[in-house]
Design a protein. Structure first.
Length: 277
């Protein structure tokens, strides 16, 4: 088996690797996942169970709490919140994502679907005890979102910014990033490059927040790895002229990095949290 480190060199040296990259259009962030709801729901992972135990046991989140899950997408994070017994207002502007969330969670007690944005949730003032944004804050206008959080939070209410964050030192994640940089004009780094934008989080919380990290390694077969990769907002779509070459490059990453047909991706669930003043 070749090492993952060899992938990028082979990609650049390949005889037929002459890309015609089309610059991505400046698309409204609320529409970046249009047409990707199904693959997003199928391929995106949940969040570390230890994180939800932390919410329950250390932050005392549970029955009687109302939570605004902003940028809720297909409801992956909302579902895990509902398991804590809280009331969840899933705020999502994209109709494809929101419709699938409603189909998945509409019958669950305590679930409410809201057509709203990070800066205009439509929720009443002082109506929730916690605001969450899972894999979403990097799409928001930070100051506008902060103002909306202050408006809808009850006094002393919490904000949790959550990501599944890949281990940047792991060869498979390095090789995947190289493929995305090579083929995908919209790629700025995983999770919108938030791993290197600590200042955005510090600005949002005015410098006063806590951080917790929970190990959450992810295992994929080839289909799962391709699905996870193609669920990204920046991933090429099937109609793109470079899609086949892009997916073949991802297949090469899997081939070089997997063992026994399974690829383990280093990952952790990271949360930044504080009460807004």
């Amino acid at each position: 088996m070749q090492t993952c480190f060899s992938v990028h060199t082979q990609l650049l040296a390949g005889e037929n690797h002459n890309l015609r990259v089309t610059m991505a259009e400046d698309v409204d962030n609320t529409q970046k996942f249009s047409g990707k709801a199904e693959i997003y729901q199928k391929s995106r992972p949940g969040y570390a169970p230890q994180f939800f135990r932390f919410l329950r046991d250390e932050l005392q989140v549970g029955p009687g709490w109302s939570v605004a899950d902003v940028g809720s997408g297909t409801g992956i994070f909302s579902r895990q919140l509902l398991d804590l017994g809280v009331e969840v207002f899933a705020v999502e502007p994209n109709p494809d994502m929101r419709s699938l969330c409603e189909a998945n969670l509409g019958q669950q007690p305590g679930f409410h679907s809201i057509n709203g944005t990070a800066s205009a949730t439509s929720l009443p003032e002082r109506s929730v005890r916690m605001v969450t944004a899972a894999q979403a804050f990097h799409w928001f206008d930070g100051p506008a979102f902060r103002a909306e959080c202050v408006r809808i939070l009850q006094p002393g209410g919490l904000v949790c910014l959550v990501w599944n964050q890949r281990d940047p030192s792991q060869p498979v994640n390095q090789a995947s990033a190289r493929v995305f940089r090579e083929y995908c004009p919209g790629f700025k780094g995983f999770s919108g490059g938030m791993a290197g934008r600590q200042e955005d989080i510090e600005l949002f919380f005015s410098g006063h927040f806590q951080t917790r990290r929970f190990a959450h390694p992810l295992s994929y077969d080839l289909e799962g790895f391709l699905g996870r990769s193609n669920s990204a907002s920046y991933a090429l779509k099937a109609e793109d002229p470079n899609f086949i070459a892009f997916e073949n490059a991802l297949r090469k990453v899997f081939e070089d990095c997997a063992e026994g047909g399974q690829l383990v991706m280093g990952n952790e669930t990271v949360v930044y949290f504080a009460a807004l003043e």
